[in-house]
Design a protein around this ligand. Structure first.
Ligand code: SF4
Length: 258
């Protein structure tokens, strides 16, 4: 699935866990994307962390799933948020959690009713996924969402992104996440020539860089801060570079003059 913007074509790609927007490169972009990400100096890493966390403390978006650390609710939210705008998820999440507050109730839930609740979000197969996950939690994990990465990854429909999101948000563990927003931010900041795309070829590099940039200990605020920063400031189109708290270390600004 693709659409054109200026000289580049964008498409949506499913990486086995989540949908990401990636750029089908023009000749110029291909040249940019073939260049490695920079290895930031420690002082730039410290600056980046500080600015992201400060920005987040003043600009965090409010969502009901951020007001809880109940792991089952966080897991439900993360599955609903896949490929879906957060604002659209709010009423659906609240109805689902109100009716199925724990794995036991969700595992016994009527599938048709669950599909009706999920329907406004599209991709209603997620109702079945939620029911199957709930059944496995009851059967194999004593009705609790596990904390360990390998156990989370054993749940149907749970890949690396959701596992890390649940570990960092619900259990306050060190577990950086990479989605299209995060990939775009670090690629813009630290590409040698300021590429604005996070292509598949860079996936491992991006993961390594995001992990290096992450503070030690909890990554909850760091993860949520990057997600919000990507949604509100370093947007896919028209990033708000003027006044951006990271413009001093941003290669995208240095290269494009934005
Ligand atoms: S200066 Fe622009 S491109 Fe760089 S991080 Fe900020 S918003 Fe993104």
């Amino acid at each position: 699935m693709g659409f054109g913007v200026g000289m580049s074509i964008y498409h949506v790609s499913y990486d086995g866990n989540m949908w990401v927007e990636v750029e089908t490169p023009s000749v110029l972009e291909t040249e940019r994307m073939s260049e490695a990400l920079m290895s930031p100096e420690n002082k730039d890493i410290r600056f980046f962390r500080k600015k992201v966390l400060e920005w987040f403390s003043e600009n965090e978006r409010n969502f009901p799933w951020r007001e809880t650390d109940e792991p089952f609710h966080v897991l439900i939210a993360e599955i609903m948020l896949q490929q879906t705008f957060a604002d659209k998820v709010v009423p659906v999440y609240e109805e689902f959690i109100g009716r199925y507050p724990n794995p036991e109730k969700a595992a016994r839930g009527n599938l048709k009713k669950m599909e009706d609740i999920i329907f406004p979000l599209g991709l209603i197969y997620r109702a079945r996924v939620l029911r199957v996950i709930s059944g496995k939690l009851v059967r194999d994990f004593n009705g609790e969402v596990p904390m360990e990465e390998a156990e989370l990854l054993s749940l149907p429909g749970v890949g690396q992104y959701i596992a890390s999101a649940v570990r960092s948000i619900a259990f306050d563990k060190w577990a950086p996440v990479v989605d299209a927003n995060v990939a775009r931010i670090v690629t813009r900041l630290f590409s040698k020539r300021g590429s604005s795309a996070g292509g598949e070829v860079r996936k491992k590099e991006i993961w390594a860089l995001v992990e290096r940039l992450a503070p030690s200990g909890s990554t909850r605020a760091y993860n949520l801060g990057l997600l919000d920063f990507g949604a509100l400031v370093c947007r896919h189109y028209n990033p708000a570079c003027n006044g951006c708290v990271l413009d001093k270390v941003c290669r995208y600004v240095a290269v494009t003059g934005s």
